[in-house]
Design a protein around this ligand. Structure first.
Ligand code: FAD
Length: 470
């Protein structure tokens, strides 16, 4: 259906920020229309981000385990091979099922869905070029900008999505590259590097900064990098890309030390550019109504997600804060609660971060360096998965739990986990942090045996007392 004139809320963008805001608004009794130009709901996350990457991470992990781990568990196979088209098809099926699922949720909650590209005409009117070819003007008392982010390009490097790909192309390679060079050691580069590395690519990660994943606790990061190196991922840190040549069969990438020095050439079949993402506001007409942005192009908002223009709000990747799907969703709910005259709240210090490699790394709260810098006296509790019975039982015991707690009060300040399924384990820590719990609170909470979660309990014990199993 096309949107009508009497909307309470119009949401531009149907990603995790926008579609969640639209559903929540409708649930709160607000008449809501969502405009999305992609032709499918779910945004970057569902179409070309979180979901397809996790599908391929899982499939490639299965292959890798079959090749390297099954025999050790007494499961013998022969004739193992990768059927890449089938692997990509399973990913695509997961995406399209979930996309249709959101359309179903829109219907169920009576959210109007307009397929097309939206642009501000006034603070209460959005002109839409519909995908069908027409135009429509949609009015709303409140308008939420949820247009998300786009790949950050690097000067002099043209992404063709064949030889030089963004994450989008890296999710759809039709052949396993012999050599893959990844530019940027953030979580996206490491996840996509892991996928193709497991399937057989020789992976080299080039990073300008001295460290991989800068938001990670330094000690866990070191461990993590060593783990990835054991998986044969190569790292060239403090290295900058200075040129690219695609004239031959593959790609030649010219690199040199970040501080200057001798240039070397890396050969690759495919180069993945994953050096960050930038807010996406192209063609939105922000200037026409005077919505302010910061130097990085992000829309500036107050604690209510209100922009500089009354009645216009913004959420998700297009505003400052962690560029993560679950943060965008929280933004969406809180923003709509404010619009509905209620209170909303998102604490960006409690947004967990997860890198979905194997093992995974998950964290919430402060890193040790941040705690040190804050001047708070603190204690560290650590527990290795090598001493966790479940991890040993399944022979998947690489990793650690590290808990930082305030010395005086034992209040938890940060939790960092590297382990299989760390992205699931982290949530007891998120909850603990959210409720201002102490590490003793976690330690005195009964944890089922044998589970990986027991490592969290033991690390908590180690913070103020002694663990049992090490
Ligand atoms: P988006 O998801 O970017 O959605 C914005 C939507 O707005 C888009 O669909 C776009 O088409 C639409 N749009 C833009 N302009 C207009 C317009 N003028 N009119 C109409 N529609 C418009 N995050 C995680 O939390 N976990 C992960 O595991 C994870 N993995 C990722 C893997 C990859 C490869 C990538 C690229 C990202 C990943 N992310 C992950 C990040 C996550 O995708 C984003 O943080 C999230 O999608 C942001 O949500 P959003 O709603 O703000 O914006």
């Amino acid at each position: 259906s096309t949107g009508s004139d009497d909307n309470d809320v119009v949401v531009i963008g149907g990603g995790p920020g926008g579609y969640v805001a639209a559903i929540k608004a409708a649930q709160l009794g607000l008449k809501t229309t969502c405009v999305e130009k992609r032709g499918a709901l779910g945004g970057t996350c569902l179409n070309v981000g979180c979901i397809p990457s996790k599908a391929l991470l899982h499939s490639s992990h299965m292959y890798h385990e079959a090749k390297h781990a099954f025999a050790g568990h007494g499961v013998k196979i022969s004739g193992l091979e990768v059927d890449l088209p089938a692997m990509l098809a399973q990913k695509d099926k997961a995406v399209s099922n979930l996309t249709r699922g959101i359309e179903g949720l829109f219907k169920k909650n009576k959210v109007s869905y307009v397929k097309g590209s939206g642009k501000f005409v006034s603070p209460t009117e959005v002109a839409v070029d519909t995908l069908e070819g027409g135009t429509a003007t949609i009015k709303g008392k409140n308008i939420i900008i949820a247009t998300g982010s786009d790949v950050k390009s690097l000067p002099g490097i043209t992404i063709d999505e064949k030889k030089i790909v963004s994450s989008t192309g890296a999710l759809a390679l039709t052949e396993i590259p012999k050599k893959l060079v990844v530019i940027g050691a953030g979580y996206i580069g490491l996840e996509m590097g892991s996928v193709w590395g497991r399937l057989g690519s020789e992976v080299t990660v080039v990073e300008f900064a001295p460290d991989i994943v800068p938001s990670m606790d330094a000690e866990v990061r070191k461990l993590f990098q060593r783990t990835l190196e054991k998986q044969k991922m190569k790292f060239m840190l403090k290295t900058k890309v200075v040129g690219v040549d695609t004239s031959g069969e593959g790609v030649k990438l010219m690199v040199e030390p970040a501080a200057g020095g001798e240039q070397t050439t890396l050969e690759a079949d495919v180069v993945l550019v994953s050096a960050g993402r930038v807010p996406y506001t192209a063609g939105l007409g922000l200037e026409a109504i005077g919505v302010q942005t910061d130097k990085a192009g992000r829309i500036t908002v107050d604690h209510r997600f209100a922009t500089s223009v009354p009645g216009v709000f913004a959420i998700g990747d297009v505003i400052p804060g962690p560029m993560l799907a679950h943060k965008a969703e929280e933004d969406g709910v809180a923003c709509v609660e404010f619009i509905a005259g209620k209170e909303g709240h998102v604490d960006y210090d409690m947004v967990p971060g997860v890198v979905y490699t194997h093992p995974e790394v998950a964290y919430v709260g402060k890193t040790e360096d941040q705690v040190k810098a804050s001047g708070i006296e603190y204690r560290v509790g650590k527990f290795p998965f090598l001493a966790n019975s479940r991890a040993k039982a399944i022979d998947d015991a690489e990793g650690v739990v590290k808990i930082l707690a305030e010395k005086e009060s034992d209040k938890i300040l940060g939790v960092h986990i590297m382990s299989p399924n760390a992205g699931e384990l982290i949530h007891e820590a998120v909850l603990a942090l959210q409720y201002g719990a102490s590490s003793e609170d976690i330690a005195r909470t009964c944890h089922a045996h044998p589970t990986m979660s027991e490592a969290v309990k033991e690390a908590a014990m180690a913070t103020y007392d002694k663990p049992i199993h090490i």
